[in-house]
Design a protein around this ligand. Structure first.
Ligand code: BTN
Length: 320
């Protein structure tokens, strides 16, 4: 109730009426929250006001802000795991429901795309993996990466007012510096999806020195961008809300609007790019012209031919 009231004070009388508790018990509960790290101010003649929630991603901190019907309703919180994607994969194999979500304070083996490592120090960032059970053929699973990218960019833009965009296929950047990555993993048999894990890593309260030297100039965090400490539970709830909105729209209406929005959020279209093909195969340079209805990048090569790029890393060369 205090979280929902925001800056407004709630009187002890009102809380005791609504909760069916004696005023002394309301006071005891407030004290209990304070010992758990909640900062609750007592304002003379007005009541209690929540000033700060503990900087943890457990259900107690996230649930008051959750507005979703499925995503994050089953929330598995860990202090430390190898990778939230791996934990989510195991839970899904054991029958976890659509929307169950794994969050962790720390990952010892955070996984990035293409076997890379995702820097995952304790208590700074959001590491979150959502179990999805879409009713589409496995060939459409990669679209969920775009669903997630659109949701992350929208959250960063609307809730934090930062100019986030997407470097194709799914690097979330702010002015060319990476702030978030998405790792989608699929379990399928034949032409049926068992489940999809959408793993989201967002750099939240990292300071420049917290990044390893090699990525310091190419990575950023929300705190660096907004110049202030960011509440991870609020961010997580806001993110799950938008992810659910976009997922539901995708599941009922198809990928059209997701891809249209992805194009609007794309920093790649209209850029000169270097396509770095997988497995050391020969890459090429060209101009990124479009993202097609399957999510592939359409690149015009120097000789004028266009080429469809389905999976690759992209380097932005210069704006044209
Ligand atoms: C990328 O390479 O850009 C993708 C990074 C994905 C990182 C997230 S953090 C939460 C989830 N668990 C993981 O091990 N990886 C994803």
């Amino acid at each position: 109730m205090l979280a929902e009231a925001g800056d407004t004070c709630l009187s002890g009388e009102m809380l005791s009426g609504k909760l069916g508790l004696r005023p002394a018990d309301v006071f005891r509960q407030i004290e209990a929250l304070r010992t758990k790290g909640y900062r609750i101010d007592t304002v003379a003649r007005q009541g209690y006001r929540l000033v700060r929630i503990p900087d943890r991603l457990s259900p107690l901190e996230i649930s008051p802000f959750l507005t979703t019907h499925a995503l994050g309703r089953g929330l598995h919180h860990f202090d430390s795991v190898a990778s939230t994607n791996e934990v989510a994969f195991e839970l899904a194999r054991e029958g976890a429901f659509h929307g169950e979500t794994v969050v962790a304070e720390h990952q010892t083996h955070g996984k990035g795309r293409r076997g890379r490592t995702w820097i995952s120090p304790a208590g700074r960032n959001v590491y979150c993996s959502v179990i999805l059970r879409p009713d589409v053929p496995p060939t459409r699973a990669p679209e969920l990466t775009f669903v997630a990218a659109v949701a992350v960019v929208q959250t960063l833009r609307e809730a934090f007012n930062v100019p986030a965009d997407v470097k194709w296929p799914n690097d979330i950047e702010i002015q060319g510096k990476k702030i978030s990555g998405i790792l989608t993993e699929l379990d399928a048999e034949g032409d049926e999806i068992g489940f999809v894990i959408v793993g989201l890593g967002i750099n939240v309260n990292m300071e420049p020195d917290d990044f390893p030297e090699e990525i310091r100039s190419t990575a950023t965090s929300l705190q660096i961008e907004v110049g202030d400490f960011v509440d991870r539970p609020l961010l997580t709830a806001a993110l799950l809300a938008r992810l659910e909105d976009w997922y539901d729209r995708w599941a009922t209406e198809g990928p059209g609007l997701v891809l249209e929005t992805l194009k609007i959020f794309s920093s790649t279209i209209g850029r000169e790019v270097r396509i770095l093909a997988a497995d050391g195969a020969q890459g090429f340079d060209g101009t990124a012209e479009d993202i097609d209805e399957s999510g592939a990048l359409i690149v015009r090569r120097a000789d004028g031919r266009t080429q469809k790029v389905v999976a690759a890393d992209v380097e932005h060369l210069r704006r044209i």
